[in-house]
Structure formats: C-alpha cells, structure tokens
Design a protein around this ligand. Structure first.
Ligand SMILES: *[C@@H]1O[C@H](CO)[C@@H](O)[C@H](O)[C@H]1NC(C)=O
Ligand SMILES: *[C@@H]1O[C@H](CO)[C@@H](O)[C@H](O)[C@H]1NC(C)=O
Ligand SMILES: *[C@@H]1O[C@H](CO)[C@@H](O)[C@H](O)[C@H]1NC(C)=O
Ligand SMILES: *[C@@H]1O[C@H](CO)[C@@H](O)[C@H](O)[C@H]1NC(C)=O
Ligand SMILES: *[C@@H]1O[C@H](CO)[C@@H](O)[C@H](O)[C@H]1NC(C)=O
Ligand SMILES: *[C@@H]1O[C@H](CO)[C@@H](O)[C@H](O)[C@H]1NC(C)=O
Ligand SMILES: *[C@@H]1O[C@H](CO)[C@@H](O)[C@H](O)[C@H]1NC(C)=O
Ligand SMILES: *[C@@H]1O[C@H](CO)[C@@H](O)[C@H](O)[C@H]1NC(C)=O
Length: 270
C-alpha cells in the first residue's frame, strides 16, 4: 500500500516536472491588446498584412520588421525569436503568436505578445528604432545565495560582458550569452557553481538604444530581484536580461572545466 502510494507520488512528481519544463519554454509570458477601433477594414487589412510579413520573414531570418498602409492607418510591426532557438522552434512560435494575436486581439490597433521563444508587436504609429523600457514581465528565483559578497561580484563580472560586449557584436538577433563559474557562491563550502546568463535587444533598436535598454534592465534585476537571488528574468518591450544557476539556454556553448581554484568566464553572441 505504502509502496503504491509512493509510485503515485513519483508519477505525479514526474508529470509536474515535465509539464513545468515544457511550460517554461512554451507558455505565454504576456499579451497586450490596446487602442480598440471599430469599422475600419483598411486598418484591419494593414494589420493582417503586417502580421503576415512578420511571420514569413521571422520564420526565415529569426527577426523581421514590416509596415503597411498610409496616414493614421499605417501599421508598423516588429517580431523576433530568442537568439538561441532554432529555425523550427522559431517558426512554430511566431506562427502561434500571430494566430493568438489575430484571434484574441480583435480590433486592436496596438498589440504585443511575448513567449519564451519569440515576440511580435504592432502599432499604428512608428515605434520602431526607439528603446521602449516598459516592463512586460519579470520573475526571480526564491532561492538566495548566502555568500552575497562573492556572488554579487561574480554576477557583476558576467553582467558586464553580457551588457557591453555581447549585444554589440551581434548583427542580427542582438543576443548575448555567457557563463561564469566560481566557488563559494552559495555558501562557504567551496562548491563550484556556474551562473548562466543572456541578454537580448529587439533587433529594430541600434547599439546605443540597446545599451541603454539593457542598463535599465540590469538596474531592475538589482532592485526587483535582490542581489542574492539565484535567478532573475526581466523582459522589457525592447530588451531582456536573464541569469540562472542552472543551464537554461537552448544550446551548449563551450565546455567549462570545473575548477575549485580558478574562475572562468565564456561568452558570445548570435
Ligand atoms: C484579417 O484577418 C482576420 C483573421 O485571419 C480575418 O478574419 C479578417 O477577415 C481579415 N480582415 C481583413 C480586412 O483583411
Ligand atoms: C526595417 O528596418 C530597417 C533597418 O532598421 C529599415 O531600414 C526599414 O525602413 C524598416 N522597414 C520597415 C518597413 O519599417
Ligand atoms: C523580408 O526580408 C527580406 C530580406 O531581408 C527583405 O528584403 C524584405 O523586404 C522583407 N520583407 C518584408 C515584407 O519585411
Ligand atoms: C477592446 O476590445 C476588447 C475585445 O476585443 C474588449 O475586451 C476590451 O474591453 C476593449 N477595450 C476598450 C478599452 O474598449
Ligand atoms: C520609423 O522611425 C525610425 C526612427 O525612429 C526610422 O528610422 C524609420 O525609417 C521609420 N520607419 C518608417 C517606415 O518610416
Ligand atoms: C531571499 O531574500 C529576499 C530579500 O533579499 C527575501 O525577501 C526572501 O524571503 C529570501 N528568500 C528565502 C528563501 O530566504
Ligand atoms: C542604473 O543605475 C545606475 C546607478 O543607480 C544609474 O547611474 C544609471 O543611470 C541607471 N541606468 C539606467 C539606464 O537607468
Ligand atoms: C548539452 O550537453 C549535455 C552534456 O554534455 C548533453 O547531455 C546535452 O544533450 C547537450 N544539449 C544540446 C542541446 O546539445
């Protein structure tokens, strides 16, 4: 009896873990529908055409911008996949995003939808090229690192690379990734831990706007997640920052040799 109860518990636990992982990658993060309009087929057609372009080109290139119409009915759109997702995942995500927007944001002249793997936005005014630092979503790990002094310093080292170097060298998805390892982060038991991080800017903003947006996002990680949080994820309209003490990126960067006495850091961009 006790044995079968354990089995049921184990089964439920496994289902939870699997659905938890799936949800983390595929679930909707946020959706906004605004500026309702009525009886404007011209505007609706421009929205439809813009979304269609965004899906086509994002599936092919991983990012896209598009514009249709004239005057107050002009629609501007931007879409992008996270830099570390592959072609298949990217096109599935953007097709789903478009379908969700079209079925649930009816008659909205300004909409945006954000998933783990991609986002899509359109507005009937030209918003492209400007860093929009409004927060879309944020969450953090409830686990705290107790050796805050070492943790903060190590995290700062990684953040500097992710902020200054990675997005600047990226020409397309403006995606930076990196990892740093150190010991004595969680406590003083000499345990080696790797911190994994990423940064990404919407591809329509330039390097100056990207830098400003990421600076703001990193400031939010400090003030909102706390300097001891073992993970933090801040998504704003034009950029995103995330770090965790477990690997969450969808590719394997380069192997790092665990070492208790030396610290190593690697980073790159897509
Ligand atoms: C826009 O697309 C929606 C959903 O595909 C469709 O129902 C609607 O008729 C289209 N409207 C125009 C004006 O093209
Ligand atoms: C898309 O972005 C490029 C590069 O910033 C710009 O030159 C082009 O005008 C934009 N196209 C549309 C349709 O907004
Ligand atoms: C799609 O991308 C191609 C290649 O970058 C570009 O020439 C074209 O203008 C884009 N089309 C739209 C509608 O965004
Ligand atoms: C806009 O339209 C949606 C339905 O498409 C509705 O739920 C929402 O309340 C409307 N918002 C405003 C401000 O009228
Ligand atoms: C939208 O505005 C940006 C600058 O903010 C400009 O570079 C771009 O050409 C504009 N797009 C269109 C289609 O006018
Ligand atoms: C982690 O630290 C924050 C404040 O920095 C605190 O609110 C939270 O309760 C701590 N979490 C745990 C699990 O101790
Ligand atoms: C981030 O915070 C620092 C220190 O408080 C401040 O100097 C800087 O202007 C902030 N950056 C942004 C982009 O908000
Ligand atoms: C990453 O590396 C680990 C361990 O070497 C391996 O098990 C995993 O399949 C790799 N993942 C990808 C996406 O290559």
């Amino acid at each position: 009896m006790a044995f079968s109860n354990h089995l049921i518990f184990l089964f439920v636990l496994i289902v939870f873990i699997i659905s938890g992982i799936k949800g983390d990658d595929n679930d909707l993060i946020s959706k906004e529908c605004g500026k309702n309009f009525t009886n404007n087929d011209n505007l609706q057609a421009n929205i439809n055409n813009t979304i269609f372009d965004l899906v086509t080109n994002t599936s092919a290139y991983g990012f896209a911008n598009s514009s249709h119409g004239s005057g107050s009915n002009t629609v501007y759109g931007v879409a992008e996949c996270r830099g570390d997702v592959g072609v298949q995942t990217c096109s599935e995500c953007i097709a789903n995003a478009a379908q969700q927007i079209q079925t649930t944001c009816l008659n909205a002249a300004e909409s945006g939808i954000w998933y783990q793997h991609c986002f899509l936005r359109y507005i009937n005014s030209n918003f492209t090229g400007q860093a929009d630092m409004n927060v879309v979503a944020m969450w953090y790990s409830t686990e705290n690192m107790t050796n805050t002094k070492v943790y903060t310093k190590t995290l700062y080292e990684l953040s500097v690379e992710l902020w200054f170097t990675a997005p600047f060298r990226a020409e397309q998805r403006k995606f930076g990734w990196g990892q740093i390892e150190n010991h004595n982060l969680k406590n003083s038991n000499d345990e080696t831990i790797i911190i994994y991080g990423m940064t990404q800017c919407a591809w329509d903003i330039d390097n100056v706007a990207c830098s400003k947006c990421l600076g703001n996002a990193f400031n939010i990680t400090e003030s909102a997640c706390g300097e001891a949080a073992a993970g933090c994820n801040v998504i704003t309209k034009s950029c995103a920052v995330r770090y965790e003490i477990y690997p969450f990126l969808f590719f394997n960067a380069t192997a790092v040799n665990p070492s208790k006495t030396t610290r190593s850091i690697i980073f790159g961009n897509i």
